[in-house]
Design a protein around this ligand. Structure first.
Ligand code: GDP
Ligand code: MG
Length: 740
């Protein structure tokens, strides 16, 4: 049994600060804060779980239910109607002397960007699983996002009240599909009334919840000597053994007492906390949010096992006591205007304070609020480690790092450089700017739009209001693209999927009272030229009595770096040198504008450069005429030389039992997919890495469910554009014209 404890391990030299401060655990304000994200596949029960947490913490008086549409966190009308969470909202509540700041995040693939942003603000994550479904597609996606941010995690297996829930299968899924090290702290049982109860591995108690008071109170009874107690003791021993292989303090006690029974609970919890913080294990809890079982213990576990803010983000120490805050979200509030959600990493933000971003704009925080979904409570100051909502910041953008002054920023940069300099050799100095850039402002990675549709106001008079609404929505959600198609005269939305567009439409209706129409959803193809082409266009016209005269020679060539250049060959150089810089700008602008809309399906023209060979412009010719001629010349070039289509490609990771793999691959090959790799995953599963055209993936997740009888899980994200063969091109063209 002492398998792990007796293993000889190298003495850890670089202990983490929280390991050192064990004896004199600093009882500071920040050590009592937990900033956590809650992540899951859609419908696993995130919103219901959050509601229960708020209820038991005393923040709400009545229980909200998703299907009744009155939950606190799904506060957009849209979300209430659909019963899903779209905008991540921050909520704060007290629990056992701690303060939990919780970010509820969207679970749908169209909104992965929102999840990504909120992960910058948290120190740990609760992953909710549907106990009847195990690890699902989106679970895999959010898990890898949490990996990227190196976030400690807890798992809550929800819906364990359902007869088809399968705890063991979920744990197996965690091991095999996520390749994680789950440690079960609880097991499900039926209590005397035949209801879901929980056996606690550490305390050897059985926990039962009262339904009379909506699960507010629960009984914990020590198990009497019995088979189930013996089984639970066995689990406890296994837990201690595993942890002692990871934790010196626990190992020392186990070795000196030569027994597991004498190990006290507090010691196990401390070891578990350290192992969880270092992401060596992931504690697993269970319950039923809907039936009010297990939520309080989940909140206890957040306090006990997930890190406090001061245990992470040490890199921001370079700010000393100055303010450092990361902007992770901007929302629009009808009364209060734009509200900026900031995670304070160092220092204190006060009402009336001036803050600057790494880009150098100074703004005054007019008001501060503590977040409780759509109710905000005003506060006067908020300290390091916490999350706050600031009003009054108008130019701040998601991803900005805020601090108190230019000199504070400079000093922090200097200190960081010094400490990095001490740690790196001369050769590595080149890398520093990147690291600094990443620290001083996160550049949110905005995915390319893969779908688009036209959007139309109900009347010409509401066009301006609609454009304003779209501008605001874009500040909140950078993955929404808005453009204007000069040929059709329509405003065009680009985005991540059907749900994404639908939500935008409903938000414009509910928040801005404009009932817009969306055109059919289309795949956002791009276009590119096949071979270079040259053309001269001469136009002469008389407009309002003044003669307009332009003759221009342009060439299009394949090039990925620059959109516009001058052809400085000897025969052109002399004439190009006579052009004024302003006219060059006008020619450049006109030419480039023609690349927004390719001749085949109106897709953006990419990997194409326009080269100016020659231009002669008559005296008194208007700039707008020059611009239009340049654009027309490029359009002619593109349509005569012809373009090829590029289609959006999705990268899929599919995990399924080995025996299902061939069926899945056979189906994928009918979808023009490119299989990159098939890797073993755990003992029974394999993972397929595959790229497939978006056009072939409509309804794929339900198709996969059918082919694999529900055993497969997958993640999918956009991964660029690829060329297609001419048959597929013609099909895409016919679809774009609405013929298929
Ligand atoms: P989210 O999409 O992850 O936010 O999930 P929701 O909280 O919206 O829950 C999805 C559906 O599952 C709703 O109809 C809930 O009532 C239901 N649900 C949530 N938790 C439980 C549970 O513990 N047991 C059962 N039986 N149903 C649940
Ligand atoms: Mg939800």
């Amino acid at each position: 049994m002492l398998k792990y404890a007796l293993q000889i391990r190298p003495k850890q030299i670089n202990r983490f600060p929280w390991q050192l401060s064990n004896q004199n655990w600093r009882r500071s304000y920040s050590s009592k804060i937990r900033n956590i994200g809650i992540l899951a596949h859609i419908d696993a029960g995130k919103t219901t779980t959050t509601e229960r947490m708020l209820f038991y913490a005393g923040k709400t008086r009545a229980l909200g239910e998703v299907h009744r549409g009155n939950t606190v966190t799904d506060y957009l009308t849209q979300e209430r109607e659909r019963g899903i969470t779209i905008c991540s909202s921050a909520v704060t509540f007290p629990w056992n002397g701690h303060r939990i700041n919780l970010l509820d995040t969207p679970g749908h693939i169209d909104f992965t960007m929102e999840v990504e942003q909120s992960l910058y603000a948290v120190d740990g994550v609760v992953v909710v699983l549907d106990g009847t479904a195990g690890v699902e597609a989106q679970t895999v996606t959010v898990w890898s996002q949490a990996d990227k941010h190196k976030l400690p995690r807890l798992i809550f297996i929800n819906k364990m009240d359902r007869p088809d829930a399968d705890f063991e299968k979920c744990v197996l899924d965690l091991k095999e599909k996520l390749e994680t090290q789950p440690v079960c702290l609880q097991y499900p049982v039926k209590n005397e009334q035949g209801l879901l109860a929980i056996n606690d591995v550490i305390t050897l108690e059985q926990l039962s919840w009262q339904q009379k008071d909506l699960g507010r109170s629960y009984k914990n009874i020590k198990l009497e000597p019995s088979d189930s107690l013996r089984q639970l003791q066995e689990k406890r021993n296994e837990l201690i053994d595993r942890l002692s292989g990871l934790d010196d303090e626990l190992a020392d006690v186990v070795i000196s007492t030569e027994s597991f029974d004498k190990v006290d609970n507090a010691l196990i919890e401390r070891a578990l906390r350290r192992a969880t913080s270092q992401q060596k294990v992931v504690p697993v809890l269970l319950g039923s949010a809907y039936k009010n079982v297990g939520i309080q213990r989940l909140m206890d576990a957040v306090n006990s096992y997930l890190p406090a803010p001061e245990e992470r983000n040490q890199i921001y120490d370079c700010f000393g006591t100055e303010v450092a805050g990361k902007v992770f979200k901007i929302v629009h509030d009808k009364q209060r205007g734009p509200l900026t959600l900031v995670r304070i990493l160092r220092g204190e933000i006060k009402r009336g304070m001036r803050l600057i971003s790494a880009r150098g704009q100074a703004e005054v925080v007019s008001k501060l609020y503590e977040p409780l979904a759509d109710e905000y409570r005003e506060v006067s100051a908020v300290q390091s480690g916490d999350v706050v909502i600031c009003a009054g910041l108008k130019s701040t953008v998601t991803g900005d790092l805020l601090t108190s002054s230019q000199s504070a920023l400079k000093n922090a940069q200097k200190r960081l450089k010094q400490s990095l300099g001490a740690a790196t050799t001369k050769d590595e100095e080149d890398d520093e700017p990147d690291e600094l850039d990443e620290l001083f402002s996160i550049d949110p990675q905005i995915p390319d739009a893969v779908y688009f549709c036209s959007i139309e106001p109900p009347s010409v008079s509401s066009q301006t209001a609609m454009e304003q609404a779209l501008r605001q929505l874009q500040r909140e959600d950078p993955s929404l693209r808005v453009s204007y198609d000069s040929v059709t005269g329509q405003t065009v939305l680009g985005g991540m999927g059907e749900l994404h567009m639908d939500i935008i439409k409903s938000r414009i209706l509910s928040e801005y009272k404009i009932d817009v129409d969306l055109g059919p959803l289309q795949i956002a193809y791009k276009e590119t030229i096949e071979s270079p082409a040259l053309n001269t266009l001469s136009v002469e016209k008389e407009i309002a009595g003044s003669k307009q005269n332009v003759s221009i020679t342009l060439e299009v060539v394949k090039n990925q770096t620059e959109l516009f250049s001058l052809d400085k060959s000897p025969e052109n150089l002399a004439s190009l040198n006579t052009l004024r810089p302003r006219i060059l700008q006008v020619l450049r602008k006109g030419s480039i504008s023609a690349l927004e809309r390719g001749p085949r399906v109106g897709g953006q023209v990419v990997d194409t450069q326009i080269r100016l060979h020659n231009a002669s412009i008559g005296r008194g010719t208007a700039d707008s005429f020059v611009m239009a001629t340049a654009a027309q010349c490029v359009q002619k070039l593109l349509s005569t030389s012809g373009t090829r289509l590029l289609e959006p490609i999705m990268a899929l990771q599919i995990v399924a039992p080995s025996e299902r793999i061939s069926g899945i691959i056979a189906d994928l090959s009918r979808r023009r997919a490119l299989i990159n790799d098939v890797l073993p995953k755990g003992d029974r599963n394999k993972m397929i890495l595959v790229n497939a055209p978006l056009a072939e993936l409509s309804g794929y997740s339900s198709a996969l469910r059918t082919i694999s009888s529900g055993t497969a899980s997958m993640t999918m994200q956009p991964c660029g554009f690829a060329s297609m063969n001419s048959a597929d091109e013609s099909l895409a063209e016919r679809r774009a014209q609405g013929l298929e």
